[in-house]
Design a binder for this molecule. Structure first.
Ligand SMILES: *Cc1c(COP(=O)(O)O)cnc(C)c1O
Length: 369
């Protein structure tokens, strides 16, 4: 029988570095530094450097990092944040958690990212920030967004949860705005062995306040300057991430190679393939193709033991949890069509040439039938 191709294979990634991981975790166990501590501090320094930023602050998830970003900007009830309806829900959670309102604008169907041309008409006196997402690892078009932020005095917050090491005009993402949030959920390009996230910034005052907010709003233990959270990154996750960060650039290069092979092998199928904008070097977190018969193709792949995913099947403006925002079907046609047509193929550094060819062959077979 043909070999199955799992959608994700975390075991394959762990195998070659298992001894290194075991040693790093053992050091944390020996030191008993379980919450924050030296492993987290060391990883924060290394990750800030990787992003070309002054400060990285570890969190217990990307969602927590995004939430604290909203707190750091003093965004709250009555405020609006312009963002994309076509992303993982956590982007909008951050806005909702502080009592502000997510204001959606449609995506550019070519990149799946927030369309900068649609942002300006959505700006009101209540708008406090723009929150683009670098979806599937491809940076949003940041220059026009930055210009709008300057003109209207808005903050730019990047949701870079899928884009560790992606480049915008040659620069690693994370410093275009005032704050950027990353996730280290296990399946991300840089994943912990559990939950994790980070904020990245060049602003020392924001970094200091972020460190306080993640630890009960205190700079000095048992003295609480403002209402904070328990959003600490665990020591063991810091140790794991410190080991894995050293491989991230090579892993991203391997993802790029997988993407290139898919582009070659699928070029002559009816699939719409992902494109890299001229300003972008994607981190290739996901490889998302489009086709009107997406559901049938997904069933075909799964019947042949090829894993695939939907990112995302329902845009945020149509989710039940956001019904009170008052959006309707048809409000964001590009996002809605992407949700109907998108299909994520397996992409990870360890995917072999044989596996890539098998995915392509099974897809070709679908269109021949
Ligand atoms: C994964 C993800 C998050 C949330 O990160 P967690 O670490 O899972 O909380 C936020 N935004 C986007 C776009 C994501 O993909």
């Amino acid at each position: 029988m043909d070999c199955p191709v799992p959608y994700l294979d975390l075991a394959a990634q762990m195998r070659p570095m298992r001894a290194e991981i075991d040693a790093a975790v053992a050091r944390t166990l020996d030191r008993c530094t379980f919450c924050l501590g030296p492993d987290v501090a060391e990883f924060e320094r290394a990750f800030a450097q990787f992003c070309g930023a002054q400060h990285a602050i570890g969190f217990n998830s990307g969602t927590s990092a995004l939430h604290v970003a909203m707190r750091l900007l003093d965004i709250g009830p009555g405020d609006e944040v312009i963002t994309t309806p076509y992303t993982f829900v956590a982007t909008s959670w951050a806005i909702s958690y502080v009592g502000a309102r997510p204001v959606y604008v449609d995506i550019d169907p070519a990149t799946f990212n927030l369309d900068p041309r649609r942002v300006e008409p959505a700006i009101t006196a209540r708008t406090k920030a723009l929150m683009p997402v670098h979806l599937y690892g491809q940076p949003s078009h940041l220059d026009p967004l930055r210009q709008l932020c300057q003109r209207y005095r808005l903050a730019l917050v990047e949701d870079a949860a899928q884009a560790h090491g992606a480049k915008y005009q040659g620069t690693v993402v994370g410093t275009a705005g005032v704050l950027s949030a990353f996730s280290f959920y296990p399946g991300k390009n840089l994943g912990a062995y559990g939950e994790g996230g980070a904020l990245v910034t060049n602003d020392a005052a924001l970094a200091t306040r972020a460190r306080a907010l993640r630890e009960h709003g205190s700079r000095e233990r048992y003295f609480h300057d403002e209402i904070g959270y328990n959003y600490r990154l665990e020591g063991i996750q810091g140790a794991v991430l410190g080991v894995k960060l050293k491989y991230l650039a090579a892993w991203n290069a391997a993802r790029r190679q997988v993407a290139r092979r898919y582009q070659e092998l699928l070029a002559h199928t009816p699939l719409q393939l992902p494109v890299e904008a001229d300003y972008a070097e994607s981190a290739w977190h996901l490889f998302v193709v489009r086709h009107p018969e997406r559901d049938a193709l997904k069933r075909h792949l799964e019947a042949h033991h090829i894993g695939c995913g939907l990112h995302y099947p329902l845009p945020l403006h149509l989710q039940k949890c956001f019904a009170s925002l008052g959006y309707q079907p048809g409000d964001f046609p590009a996002a809605e069509q992407a949700a109907r047509q998108c299909l994520s193929l397996p992409i990870y550094p360890e995917l072999t040439e044989t596996q890539i060819q098998r995915v392509a062959a099974v897809i070709a077979d679908f269109f021949r039938a």
